[in-house]
Design a protein around this ligand. Structure first.
Ligand code: OSB
Ligand code: MG
Length: 371
């Protein structure tokens, strides 16, 4: 399959509810949608970057620059037989995982469509339901937090992730645990603490959290190993894992017992599969993280999360938890009886259709590239 044409669409939508984490509040959610064309077919990938470098060092502007000036020139016009060939074309470009992932994942969708197979089959996944939870931002008040969590539990979500930061940790976690003794509960610090806070994490042990996600510095592995040795609750790494090498270092150092897999953070599906297989061999559990994606990224995540080692509920919530209107159809809803989302495996590729009028409605910028 020859890559004949590539298009970038920078879109921006308001979130249904502001999302506050230890690194900032997101009200508006941008994304770059990547469309890759060949043999009359189109594959889609999503780059879920923010306007600011709060979660990752990449932003909408850096991703657009790297895609336009380096990644697209390296890939356009190439003849591909398998999506795993894509990373080799990006070898001379260091970093910029999210920009790389969006283009590579679009090629996976395109080549799955060319074979008329759901993406799931190309990545080695099975089954058509993925267990999911909801990630809840830091709230202005404890009463507001309790109310919001109760609403999501009433809607059928069986796993709650709470964002924490210094000053918003033990008290809200304890209150939620007392109110919901059985719920699968976890905390995500987005790197807001240091090793000096070890006592705070030791005090979480009696709360029986599923895990504590990324408590320490965003590029640390060393201190997380020291922390994991001093707490019973499993540590999960998110921000610290960008490549299969990072995963290997974290596993060997015993820095975590769980990995949050975000395909965009690790540079694409090839790297995600490599990390998945490494985690299987090491007995490390994983689950699918989220970046408030549109239907394109959400569909990619759902297919990936059907791989065997995704044993914990993912941050893949229903569309209405994020957006009033998605740019792809069908949108996703929660199966309330088992806190799952159904994977769109009926059609080829990612299994959702991008609606051009909606992309146009939310579009900020557009550029097309030809051979
Ligand atoms: O740390 O997992 C995170 C959203 C944006 C950036 C980072 C994170 C998150 C989430 C939300 O926790 C996950 C989702 O529902 O998409
Ligand atoms: Mg996280």
């Amino acid at each position: 399959m020859k890559i004949e044409r590539i298009e970038l669409h920078h879109i921006s939508q308001n979130l249904v509810h502001p999302f506050r984490t230890s690194f900032g509040t997101q009200v508006e959610r941008p994304a770059i949608l990547v469309a890759v064309y060949g043999e009359g077919l189109v594959g889609w990938g999503e780059c879920p970057v923010s306007t600011d470098p709060g979660y990752s060092s990449e932003t909408i502007e850096t991703a657009w620059h790297i895609l336009r000036d380096f990644l697209i020139p390296a890939l356009i016009g190439q003849e591909l037989t398998a999506p795993e060939e894509v990373p080799a074309y990006f070898k001379q470009i260091r970093g910029h995982s999210m920009a790389k992932a969006s283009l590579e994942n679009a090629v996976w969708d395109l080549l799955a469509k060319a074979q008329n197979l759901p993406l799931q089959q190309l990545v080695g996944g099975q089954g058509d339901r993925v267990e999911v939870g909801v990630s809840i931002g830091i709230q202005p008040t404890l009463a507001g937090l309790i109310e919001r969590i109760d609403q999501f539990i009433d809607k059928g979500y069986g796993r709650i992730k709470m964002k924490i930061e210094p000053g918003w940790e033990l008290e809200p976690l304890t209150a939620v645990r007392e109110r919901h003794p059985q719920i699968k509960l976890m905390a995500d610090a987005n790197s807001a603490f240091s090793l000096a806070d070890v006592a705070i994490f030791q005090a979480m042990d009696p709360l029986h959290l599923l895990m504590i996600e990324q408590p320490l510095h965003y590029d640390d592995i060393f201190d997380h190993a020291k922390l994991q040795a001093q707490v019973n609750t499993p540590i999960c790494l998110d921000e610290s894992i960008h490549t299969p090498n990072h995963a290997r270092w974290a596993i060997e150092a015993k820095a975590c017992r769980i990995i949050n897999m975000k395909v965009s953070r690790v540079g694409g599906l090839s790297s995600a599969i490599a990390i998945h297989d490494m985690a299987v061999a090491a007995g490390i559990q994983m689950w699918c993280g989220g970046m408030l994606e549109t239907g394109v990224g959400r569909a990619t995540n759902l297919h990936l999360a059907t791989m065997p080692n995704f044993t914990l509920p993912g941050d893949i919530s229903a569309t209405d938890r994020y957006y009033v209107e998605d740019i792809a159809e069908p949108s996703f809803s929660l199966n309330t009886e088992d806190s799952t989302i159904t994977v769109p495996t009926n059609g080829p590729g990612i299994g959702v259709a991008v609606i051009p009028e909606r992309v146009a409605k939310y579009r900020v910028r557009h550029e097309a590239f030809k051979i």
